[in-house]
Design a protein around this ligand. Structure first.
Ligand code: ADP
Ligand code: MG
Ligand code: MG
Length: 192
């Protein structure tokens, strides 16, 4: 695996999340408690600092540092969920170089912790179809936008947005949007 590209990926993700911090929190304000941008900006910034300080030299170690930092630095649901994703990806990366396989392990980590299935208006609705597209060699920036936009029509049945019931329909899921940035920057950094 190209360790430089993986580091570049996580740096681009951090920059994107920080640039869209207000937007992500606005999205969360509509169907949650308005802190998703803040949570993710804090977490990714701490992740980036930890990566620079510890300078891990394998993909597995990079994902491990990322996951541990996200779990400890992000309050809210998204920290443990993204953290579980990266920790599971770290484990997978010790025996695989296939990014789709590694991301699939990440999705398993998210689902093990959060118990959400596809169609519940969560980040799972970005991860699952994006990984599927990647496996079929069909993952593009446009495809990711399409996947993320599809969360608008879903009624939330997991997470804070589920408290709104039908009123969650018509709004993008903030975690699905931030996960869209993760997959878009994966392409930008040419990891896949
Ligand atoms: P909180 O809801 O605790 O304030 P955030 O606002 O940072 O945390 O994150 C909210 C996002 O977390 C949601 O938009 C959704 O994508 C994701 N999420 C919440 N619960 C779950 C779950 N059980 N499984 C997967 N993702 C979830
Ligand atoms: Mg929130
Ligand atoms: Mg919160």
């Amino acid at each position: 695996m190209d360790v430089t590209k993986i580091k570049q990926w996580l740096e681009l993700f951090t920059v994107k999340v920080n640039a869209e911090k207000a937007y992500l929190s606005d999205l969360d304000g509509a169907i949650g408690d308005g802190d998703h941008g803040m949570n993710m900006a804090r977490g990714t910034t701490a992740m980036q600092e930890a990566l620079l300080e510890k300078n891990p030299e394998t993909a597995a170690d990079i994902f491990k540092v990322a996951g541990m930092t996200l779990v400890s630095k992000v309050g809210g649901a998204s920290g443990p969920l993204y953290g579980s994703a990266f920790i599971s990806m770290a484990k997978a990366a010790t025996s695989s170089e296939d990014m789709a396989e590694i991301l699939a392990a990440g999705l398993e980590g998210i689902q093990k912790r959060g118990k959400a299935e596809v169609g519940e208006k969560t980040m799972v609705d970005t991860w699952a179809p994006s990984i599927e597209a990647l496996k079929n060699d069909e993952l593009t920036a446009d495809k990711i936008t399409e996947i993320v936009n599809a969360t608008k029509d879903i009624k939330a049945t997991k997470g804070r947005a589920s408290y709104l019931g039908d009123r969650s329909i018509g709004h993008l899921d903030p975690g699905a949007v931030s996960s869209g940035y993760l997959f878009a920057t994966l392409l930008e950094a040419e990891v896949v």
